[in-house]
Design a protein around this ligand. Structure first.
Ligand code: 3PG
Length: 463
């Protein structure tokens, strides 16, 4: 295996807050201390000891920043622009150690069972509902995502949709393309002073709150937890209260059992006559046949949808009634903006996500860190330094049952355990330990002994 060459900056700059004038008596003291701290903390580049080349499969046109990061580490990368179906994945995944996906590729239990070498999943997006997170955790596979890097892009898209809907300019634009001049002001409004109702006040909802207030809108939001309102926004106590007051309702919730069909016939009826619905979250959050009825009856004045219960896996594939039975009806209703899940599709967002998620995957593959994993205990250790050449890092994923630590520490007992940290999440626990003075001949034996412990899910050694 080609050794990893770049050093993730896990320990941060060596100059810490302790270098205040009160702590150091002279500039020389400071310089000396800085040098010694630098020397002590220079991290050693680790990589897996089992010497098999790491192979990564990147789907859905993940950014070239990620490809570069992985190739710089010496990993083999296969990059595809489309999503793969479950059958295609089952056939392919057995030879890969890591997979990168966006929102379309489904990592199901069947896929995970076929993924005999898979160590980690990277969702290069916010959502992780496309992955069977529990099954992945139980198979020792942490899943990472990018919790906020495309938030701004989505918020800006919503702002544009609010204006497009209230001015009907998508409709006017279509008419012009047909050669029809249709200048009118009836049913067209400024957004100034209108009420924007945000459902879900997370990274996107709160960013949108700030942007829309800057444009003169009044913001209310509903969230299952109590949150600090930004600017002059106001949290309301129920979804119904929000629906009854908002001129525009915009959804920013994850796909969960409790958010499926969160907006159905009852909720649409609670919205004000002439209001608009915007969904850039997940397709299953809105009961679309009910939305079609609300639009056709004139109760709602328009809607913008970027996400759908079923979405094509690649560009050029049809968005038709075979995919979603109501597709052609929805396409025929005026003042409905339909976009192909582009909320996070900007150069800026994809670049940031590419960097963020690829770094998280490299930190896990090379250093064992699960900080930021969505389905796994979050564990990390400070770096092994360049002055500790015979140190080995043990990464041990195991069933979360009593007695395991005794077993593993018995195996480690002939060595000095320099540092150790362990945590659990539900049925899965993860222990990282750095042990000293391990001879190269000991390494395989050590891995074998730990792998044989009764609760072992996955044992990796990094050196
Ligand atoms: O989950 C997300 O971040 C958004 O839905 C964007 O998904 P995408 O990366 O598949 O466009």
């Amino acid at each position: 295996m080609t050794p990893a060459v770049s050093i993730p900056q896990r320990t941060g700059p060596a100059v810490s807050a302790s270098y205040s004038p009160t702590n150091a008596t002279s500039i020389h003291d400071r310089m000396n201390r800085r040098d010694s701290v630098n020397a002590i903390r220079m991290p050693k580049v680790l990589h897996p000891v089992d010497n098999e080349d790491l192979r990564l499969l990147l789907l859905e046109n993940i950014s070239q920043e990620a490809v570069k990061t992985f190739r710089d580490q010496g990993f083999h990368v296969d990059h595809m622009t489309k999503a793969l179906s479950e059958d295609e994945l089952v056939e392919k995944i057995g030879s890969y150690h890591a997979i990168g996906i966006r929102s379309k590729t489904k990592i199901t239990e069947r896929v995970i069972k076929a993924a005999s070498k898979l160590l980690v999943v990277g969702c290069f997006c916010i959502g992780t509902n496309q992955v069977d997170l529990d099954t992945a955790a139980k198979a020792g596979i942490p899943v990472f995502n990018s919790p906020f890097s495309n938030s701004r892009s989505v918020a800006e898209l919503v702002i544009s949709e609010v204006i497009a809907l209230s001015r009907q300019y998508f409709q006017r634009g279509f008419e012009m393309r047909e050669g029809i001049w249709n200048k009118q002001s009836k049913g067209c409004w400024e957004i100034r002073g209108k009420v924007l109702g945000i459902v879900g006040y997370g990274h996107i909802g709160s960013q949108l709150s700030v942007l829309s207030e800057a444009m003169g809108m009044r913001v209310i939001f509903y969230d299952v937890v109590n949150l600090m309102p930004l600017g002059s926004a106001r949290q309301v106590e129920s979804l119904s209260a929000l629906l009854e007051e908002a001129d525009f309702v915009t959804l920013h919730v994850p796909e969960l059992p409790e958010t499926t069909n969160m907006i159905g016939a009852t909720e649409l009826a609670q919205m004000k006559k002439g209001a608009y619905l915007i969904n850039n979250a997940r397709g299953k959050v809105v009961d679309i046949p009910a939305l079609v009825d609300a639009l056709k009856s004139g109760h709602l004045a328009g809607a913008a949808l970027d996400v759908y219960p079923s979405e094509p896996g690649s560009n050029g594939a049809p968005f038709d009634d075979q995919l979603n039975s109501w597709a052609s009806t929805l396409r025929s209703i005026p003042n409905v903006i339909l976009t192909p899940h582009i909320g996070g599709s900007t150069e800026e967002a994809q670049r940031m996500i590419g960097e963020e998620v690829s770094s998280a995957l490299v930190r896990y593959l090379n250093y064992g860190s699960t900080v930021g994993a969505v389905n796994f205990p979050e564990v990390d250790l400070r770096a092994i330094t360049a002055e500790q050449p015979d140190h080995v890092r043990v990464c041990y994923v195991h069933n979360n049952i009593p007695g395991v630590l005794r077993q593993v520490n018995e195996v480690l007992s002939p060595y000095n355990v320099e540092k150790q940290y362990s945590d659990s999440k539900s049925d899965v626990a993860y222990l990282m330990a750095d042990i000293a003075d391990v001879s190269p001949t000991d390494i395989n034996r050590l891995r074998e002994l730990i792998s044989k412990t009764s609760s072992n899910i996955l044992t990796r050694l990094l050196a």
